[in-house]
Design a protein around this ligand. Structure first.
Ligand SMILES: O=C(O)c1ccccc1N[C@@H]1O[C@H](COP(=O)(O)O)[C@@H](O)[C@H]1O
Length: 272
């Protein structure tokens, strides 16, 4: 059953709940493989000019061809024109868009994706509860002049006022992710720079320790995922277009048709 229909509430997420895990900023085949083998649910690729992890369309296509069955794929974008979004969705077959710019809620829904909500690193309170957003959203630390990949945490106490399915990002590392998971039981977590040896280069040992810490924090044997044998037991991620086929590579280069049941109501057919 798709995990976000309905997503588990905070109360339902217990000490043994294993968050969805997104490894972002991948630029190398060996890192894609390592993240997938360790049990990542989402693999993220950056198409934001100026990021040290930026990949052009050609390189994105090359790397996507190396993604094994299992994890779903995310492309991180900021204010890209519709023509580029169309290519990313219809020809590269990304499952998800992660929007980092001025994209309206309508545009996010239209293209099938989720949006970042930024929290200043020094924020100690929120003006209002952050309400659930369909299908889920991303909470990340804001740093002036940077769209993401900041390596900075925000005050996790603010998560008490965050509702719904939310990927928590910002400054996660092998030495702090366990505390986040055991204290706040986030729906999902997202990491980029905290498992790198240099921007865009994942450190295999840091990746292994990251997953092992999550296992420890939710009471799982640390070896299970480190051997690459862990099942994807956090559930199936419902893709933006409602597709649940995890053998994503079989769909490469095939146009994606929005499914009638799950396509956003305001789906603009011109985009498909
Ligand atoms: O990682 C980047 O370079 C990046 C560039 C532009 C937008 C988003 C980017 N990354 C996102 O940042 C967070 C994680 O950051 P970190 O773990 O603190 O380094 C994650 O959501 C990435 O998708």
């Amino acid at each position: 059953m798709p995990i976000t229909s309905p997503p588990p509430t905070r109360d339902e997420r217990s000490r043994t709940y294993r968050p969805r895990i997104k490894i972002c900023g991948l630029t190398r085949e060996q890192d894609v493989r390592a993240a997938a083998e360790l049990g990542a649910d989402l693999l993220g690729f950056i198409h934001v000019p100026g990021s040290p992890r930026h990949l052009d369309l050609h390189r994105l296509a090359e790397l996507l061809a190396t993604v094994p069955p299992g994890p779903e794929t995310v492309v991180v974008v900021r204010n890209e024109p519709d023509a580029t979004l169309k290519t990313l969705r219809n020809h590269l077959n990304f499952h998800w868009f992660q929007f980092h710019g001025d994209e309206s809620p309508e545009k996010v829904a239209q293209w099938g994706g989720y949006k970042v909500v930024h929290v200043p690193a020094d924020a100690t309170s929120l003006d209002a509860t952050i309400a659930p957003r369909d299908p889920f959203f991303l909470l990340d630390t804001s740093v002036k002049g940077q769209s993401g990949g900041t390596g900075k945490t925000f005050d996790w106490g603010l998560l008490a006022r965050v509702e719904g399915a939310c990927l928590v990002a910002g400054g996660l590392r092998p030495d702090n992710v366990g505390r986040l998971v055991e204290t706040w039981h986030p729906w999902g977590i997202d990491v980029s720079s905290g498992v790198e040896s240099a921007p865009g280069r994942k450190d295999p040992d840091a990746l292994r320790r990251f997953f092992a810490e999550i296992d420890r924090a939710c009471g799982r044997p640390a070896t299970s995922r480190a051997t690459g044998q862990a099942p994807h037991d956090s559930g199936t991620l419902p893709s933006a277009t409602g597709r649940e086929d995890h053998s994503s590579r079989s769909r490469r280069h095939q146009p994606i048709q929005p499914e009638r049941d799950s396509a956003p109501k305001n789906q603009n057919q011109e985009n498909s």
